[in-house]
Design a protein around this ligand. Structure first.
Ligand code: 13P
Length: 277
């Protein structure tokens, strides 16, 4: 069943567990996340980046949510940038959207997020926004675009926009890190104590299990994770091609699905989203 994302993250925030939001990009990865959620009885947030075919992936997600009706799942647009993509996502059945104006000045971020909240809430769709900016791991040591979230700004931002959840920047980065991730846990604790909505952490991959467990404990509710899952899926295909004398494409796709699924299950278990229905 596809639900708006707040139906998944509000209970998670109340019960202090995290829910991973795996980035999917084709049928195998959608199948993998539903199988993982079904086996572990975990709620599911299916995250789709704007650059993919939103209509096709929504159709696939609807087919799988029909096959796994017991799983509370949200179909979420990750890093929505273009206004048109956000409208298209809502129109095609996404139950949650992110508007990412994290590189804009505060007032512009507020104004544009508010506009999306008004439209999305009119049709029961949840909205995530980002304040501060989570940069790229490849430039982790020296990324001029990365900016930590300021607590006072976060309080004002949530009040003024009415967003359902807020992505914050506390030291994670997207993709693999050049260097060691250093998370600002006191900042997280302070933001959690002042902001009412669930908090989101982007750049889950390679951040380290201990860091992630601590982040959940201190108040993160949704964890975005992509690179580690793609890597696990691709490694499973590579291994298959290296081992088999006559590798078959359809089996390679299954191997990819399995590698991706196992990595997803790791994050569900780590964050404590299992056994929830
Ligand atoms: P990683 O690829 O680093 O896990 O980040 C994913 C993400 O934050 C997508 O929004």
């Amino acid at each position: 069943m596809l639900l708006s994302m707040d139906k998944i993250i509000q209970p998670a925030m109340n019960d202090q567990y995290g829910v991973p939001a795996p980035n999917i990009y084709n049928m195998e990865t959608v199948a993998a996340v539903f199988e993982a959620a079904g086996e572990l009885r975990s709620p599911l947030i299916i995250a789709v980046l704007e650059r993919y075919d939103l209509e096709m992936l929504a159709d696939i997600a609807k087919i799988y949510s029909g096959r796994f009706p017991q799983i509370p799942a949200a179909l979420h647009l990750d890093h929505g940038n273009k206004y048109e993509s956000i409208v298209r996502a809502i129109r095609t059945g996404f139950t949650s959207v992110m508007i990412d104006r994290s590189q804009c000045p505060f007032d512009e971020n507020v104004r544009e997020t508010k506009e999306i909240v008004k439209m999305a809430h009119a049709v029961g769709v949840s909205v995530e926004a980002e304040l501060g900016h989570v940069g790229m791991g490849v430039s982790y040591q020296n990324d001029p675009s990365a900016a930590f979230t300021q607590t006072e700004d976060a309080v004002r931002f949530v009040q003024e926009t009415g967003v359902d959840c807020l992505a914050i920047a506390i030291g994670t980065a997207h993709g693999r890190y050049a260097g060691t991730p250093q998370l600002d846990f006191p900042r997280l604790k302070e933001i959690r104590s002042r902001v009412s909505v669930p908090l989101v952490l982007h750049g889950g991959s390679s951040t380290g299990d201990d860091n992630l467990v601590k982040a959940i404990k201190l108040g993160i509710t949704k964890l975005n994770v992509g690179t580690d899952l793609f890597t696990a899926g691709i490694n499973a295909i590579k291994q298959y091609f290296e081992q088999e004398e006559f590798p078959v494409g359809s089996i390679a796709a299954q191997k990819n699905q399995l590698g991706y699924k196992q990595a997803t299950m790791h994050y569900m278990t780590l964050l404590g989203s299992h056994d929830k229905f």
